[in-house]
Design a protein around this ligand. Structure first.
Ligand code: F6P
Length: 361
């Protein structure tokens, strides 16, 4: 049994991180009598003059409904360098971190993060340091788990935005476009589009054609609906095109919604507006589901660690939490199956994905 464990959060924040932290602390202290050290600003907090804080039941009291992460997080850091899209893990920061963990008396780590953060966690495991990963991304694109916390909250927020856009779109007979997050996958756009009654859903997995978008807008007009609601994932691309970046150097996506707005207005004369939902999807309080999922993942992560399951990630599969090897957890992302049930359902109820093929309409 460990006397003291560490916990850190890495990558973009997601609603529910604090729920996981709270559950880890309560389980570790209450159930296993361990101490917990919070490491600040992702793995960076164990380099140089280390930044850590002792977490107690009292210090995590009241954080369950709070957004963000009380530990702070970083998207980029010293532990991974991406060369031609391939991550490399230089030895130096890892050996420094391992030495510092030893000095701090931290015997194992619970790491909350997405693909990138978990790949760094795996490097610690490979060097014999006990690690358990907890999956985190609002994009819900980690293959080994059915759901990630933060995703359901993001859908709630996007759905509310679509509801609000409906009334103004209808009043002005406009095309309203909502650009949502989703770097490589369209899970948020698809789920929110279904829940928020979008007419067109554009996702990275199904390249769109502007002609098909315009056809759907026209069909709706002919049917008596003089407004159209489009939800587009930030990573969606036109057939033969590529994703649009707000900042190419920093690989920050953005602009596809505004591109659509311009094309629609210019080619159809139909007044159009675009709203970018951005970080509103990530900030603020987690919904009830994400609080529950985060709590369950946190407690299960500690149980896994204390039963000797190291180098694993806790994951939701068939409604229950299981442990999967970190190596499997990071290898591939989970994309929307284009022949899957939800896409089929959307098409059946008349939602267009604006694929160039006529069969889509
Ligand atoms: O990975 C999650 C995500 O929400 C992506 O969909 C988005 O591109 C990215 O984070 C933006 O993160 P940041 O602004 O922190 O770089």
């Amino acid at each position: 049994m460990y006397k003291q464990i560490g916990i850190l959060t890495g990558g973009g924040d997601a609603p529910g991180l604090n729920a996981v932290i709270r559950a880890v602390v309560r389980t570790a202290i209450g159930e296993y009598g361990m101490s917990v050290i919070g490491i600040e600003d992702s793995f960076e907090g164990i380099l140089g003059e280390t930044q850590t804080t002792r977490l107690t039941k009292r210090s995590v009291s009241g954080i369950l409904p709070r957004g963000g992460t009380i530990l702070g997080t970083r998207n980029k850091g010293s532990f991974a360098q991406v060369v031609d899209g391939v991550p490399h893990f230089p030895e130096m920061p890892i050996s420094e971190a391992l030495a510092n963990l030893d000095i701090l008396g931290i015997e194992a780590l619970i790491v909350l993060g997405g693909e990138g953060t978990l790949a760094i966690a795996e490097q610690f495991h490979k060097r014999g340091f006990p690690v358990i990963g907890v999956p985190k991304t609002i994009d819900n694109d980690l293959a080994a788990t059915e759901l990630t916390f933060g995703f359901m909250t993001a859908i709630d927020i996007a759905t509310e935005a679509l509801d609000r856009l409906h009334t103004t779109a209808e009043s002005h007979d406009r095309v309203m476009i909502l650009e949502v997050m989703g770097r490589n996958t369209g899970w948020i756009a698809l789920h929110a589009g279904l829940a928020g009654s979008a007419d067109i859903i554009l996702i990275p997995e199904i390249p769109f054609s502007i002609d098909s978008v315009l056809r759907k807008v026209r069909e709706r007009e002919e049917d008596g609906s003089r407004f159209t609601i489009i939800v587009v994932a930030e990573g969606a691309r036109e057939v033969g095109g590529s994703a649009l970046y707000a900042d190419k150097e920093q690989l920050r996506l953005g602009g596809v919604g505004e591109y659509l707005r311009r094309e629609i207005e210019e080619r159809s004369g139909k007044e159009s507006r675009c709203v970018v939902l951005g970080h509103l999807q990530r900030g603020g309080s987690p919904n009830a589901f994400d609080r529950m999922l985060g709590t369950n993942l946190g407690a299960c992560a500690v149980r896994a660690l204390c039963s000797g399951e190291v180098g694993k990630m806790v994951a939701l599969q068939a409604g229950t939490i299981v442990n999967v090897p970190l190596s499997e957890a990071c290898v591939q992302i989970k994309t929307v199956p284009t022949d899957g049930q939800l896409v089929r359902t959307a098409r059946d109820i008349g939602i267009s994905f604006a694929a160039p093929k006529e069969s889509d309409m």
